[in-house]
Design a protein around this ligand. Structure first.
Ligand code: C2E
Ligand code: MG
Ligand code: MG
Length: 592
């Protein structure tokens, strides 16, 4: 100790006893590397020990004479208010001690975190504080550790973005602030990447991680460069391919939509991944926070629900939350839950819709179409449950059930009718099944062996949309299936935005032109011209064209005239039971 601390006159001990005690204490404090100080509140003069000065990168002599100003000058600006308040509270008797953590500027210019503990040792006759004594500890390391811990606890490890916990904190703060200031409306965006599972399944998880990192960078770039907060926006990673964006300045739906559109555009740019350019897109759900008492959790749920609607609306789009979406979501959950038991409970059945030769009227194939009747939900449309089954991977066992049951039916017809059985059996294969290529190939092989179904009588329908999404692996799978001897049909052609050249690259036998493309052929010459060109190209490539969903007799003549070979639709036959398929040759004989 080079600067003696004046013994307090009001200390509990007296004289030599007291001095001894103070010295013992000083020794202890020096050993503990604590700064010790005494402050005369009336004059502002301070005395401190060597350690106090060292903490700030000085010798004691350099700092002399030391006053409370020496201290205050070094105090970080943001901490001043709190420090003053704490002392005031102690001086007023609200706190027995004053304990404060604050930052002081080191001689080098960096900030040192210190913790001060002090109390009034003597007061004036009027009761004003006179001498205050205390200690000061360097807590910089502890603070750094705390910061690291906080960072780890609030940051997504992969992307470095704030995580769910951090977002919830900020969202709760925004909601509280909205309640106090009803004008401070804001928007919450729930972002979910479309078919991200496919990326992992196709390129592996490491590539999936790379894509997420790129997405996070784009989000940061589009909303402000800062990791944590920039322009008030928060971008948080919600785990997996989900991100949540808090836009405190988006006061109106238009503001929010503008940002959402910007994000959609940024996400649509190709991503360099594993030496290729990968395309991706996101669906965005938007919840506007109004002063209506909704909690942070409510808002998140609403934005999430709107995101699911965005997916339903065809993906790569943004949708605002609407309360009626809740009912839809509940229905989806009920359907998905019921689907889990549908195979076991034998609730599925198959119907078959013939594909007709437009020239001869003969049935060239029947397409198996799945039907589901649930005891409470009743008949659920495939257009409703197939997408739900795909999202939950339930389509894998369901698709396998369909293939086996259809092959069993066909073998039944074959045994009964021989050559009069429908020449081909067409079975739909979902995108999920195509992604699990090994499983699909093995299952097709197993079912052919098990049922005795001839491979060349089986035709698998895959949708154009799925093939164009990932042409390389799609092509490899098509070849493997082709090697098994089965036939391949492209379903719903004209809905996926692929070019006709894609047909040349895949070993298809048949192309089914989607109903939506045929809708205008009878009354719109432009549509007719497009369909005509399409049919011509398909046939020129050596493939057979099928018109789907023909309902209108006026279309038949046109389709024949433009060279379309086959057709399917309610006009020719509704989907029918397996027993009805068995009577088809009788009907044909009757009309012949
Ligand atoms: P898809 O494979 O394109 O099947 C044709 C759909 O069009 C069937 O609807 C059929 O009933 C309907 N359709 C046939 N003719 C007409 C017509 O003249 N007018 C109209 N408006 N529609 C017609 P469905 O059975 O409701 O199936 C819808 C979709 O569900 C199918 O489209 C297919 O994508 C999917 N799906 C059905 N069964 C299965 C299955 O076993 N597995 C898989 N993965 N998907 C299936
Ligand atoms: Mg089909
Ligand atoms: Mg179709």
């Amino acid at each position: 100790m080079t600067a003696a601390l004046a013994p307090s006159t009001a200390a509990p001990c007296e004289g030599a006893n007291l001095r001894e005690q103070v010295e013992r204490l000083q020794g202890l404090l020096d050993g503990a590397l604590a700064g010790v100080w005494e402050w005369n509140v009336q004059t502002g003069a301070m005395s401190v020990n060597q350690r106090w000065a060292e903490m700030l990168g000085h010798t004691l002599d350099e700092l002399q004479p030391i006053s409370v100003q020496t201290w205050a000058d070094r105090l970080q600006h943001d901490d001043r208010e709190q420090v003053k308040r704490r002392w005031r509270e102690h001086f007023d008797g609200q706190r027995a001690h004053c304990e404060i953590e604050s930052r002081l500027r080191h001689h080098d210019g960096h900030w040192v975190w210190v913790k001060n503990c002090g109390h009034v040792a003597t007061r004036t006759a009027e009761g004003h504080p006179l001498l205050v004594v205390g200690t000061q500890m360097d807590i910089t390391e502890r603070k750094a550790l705390e910061h690291q811990l906080f960072h780890a606890r609030h940051t997504d490890r992969l992307t470095g973005l704030p995580n769910r916990a951090m977002l919830l904190q900020r969202l709760e703060r925004a909601v509280a602030s909205l309640q106090a200031n009803p004008n401070e409306r804001f928007a919450l965006l729930f972002v979910d990447f479309d078919r991200f599972k496919n990326v992992n399944a196709t390129w592996g998880h490491a590539a999936g991680d790379q894509l997420l990192i790129q997405i996070a960078d784009r989000l940061r770039g589009a909303l402000g460069a800062g990791d944590v907060r920039n322009g008030g926006n928060t971008v948080a990673s919600f785990g997996g391919d989900e991100f949540v964006v808090l836009l405190p300045d988006a006061r109106t739906p238009e503001d929010a939509l503008r940002v959402a559109k910007r994000l959609l555009a940024v996400f649509a740019e190709p991503y360099p991944l594993a030496g290729q350019e990968v395309h991706s897109s996101a669906s965005i759900g938007i919840a506007m926070a109004e002063p209506d008492g909704r909690s942070a959790d409510d808002l998140l749920r609403d934005a999430d629900i709107a995101m699911v609607e965005a997916k339903r609306a065809g993906r790569a789009t943004a949708v605002f939350f609407d309360p009626c979406m809740n009912a839809r979501l509940e229905r989806d959950l009920a359907v998905e839950e019921a689907l889990r038991q549908a195979i076991e409970r034998r609730e599925f059945s198959l119907v078959y819709q013939p594909i007709i030769d437009l020239e001869t009227g003969a049935v060239i194939a029947v397409e198996a179409l799945l039907r589901w009747t649930h005891p409470e939900l009743g008949e659920v449309e495939p257009t409703e449950f197939v997408p739900l089954a795909e999202d939950s991977s339930l389509i894998l066992p369901i698709g396998e059930w369909v293939l086996r049951a259809a092959c069993q039916h066909w073998m039944g017809w074959w045994r009964m009718l021989g050559d009069k059985a429908p020449p081909l059996l067409s079975v739909n294969v979902s995108r999920m099944q195509m992604l699990q290529a090994d499983r699909l190939v093995a299952h097709v092989l197993a079912v052919l062996a098990e049922t005795g179904m001839p491979a060349n009588r089986l035709q698998l329908e895959v949708t154009e949309r799925e093939l164009t999404r990932d042409p390389l692996t799609g092509r490899a799978l098509m070849r493997r299936l082709r090697d098994l001897g089965v036939r391949l049909a492209m379903d719903d052609f004209g809905t996926g935005g692929s070019t006709l050249t894609c047909l040349r690259d895949h070993p298809f036998d048949l192309v089914k032109i989607d109903k939506s493309l045929l809708n205008g052929i009878a009354d719109n010459p432009d549509v007719l011209a497009v369909v005509h060109a399409t049919v011509t190209l398909i046939e020129n490539l050596g493939l057979a064209s099928v018109a789907e969903g023909v309902e209108d007799a006026a279309q038949i003549g046109i389709l024949q005239a433009i060279g379309c070979r086959y057709a399917q639709g309610y006009l020719f036959a509704l989907p029918m039971s397996p027993d009805e398929v068995a009577t088809l040759p009788l009907a044909a004989a009757a009309t012949a």
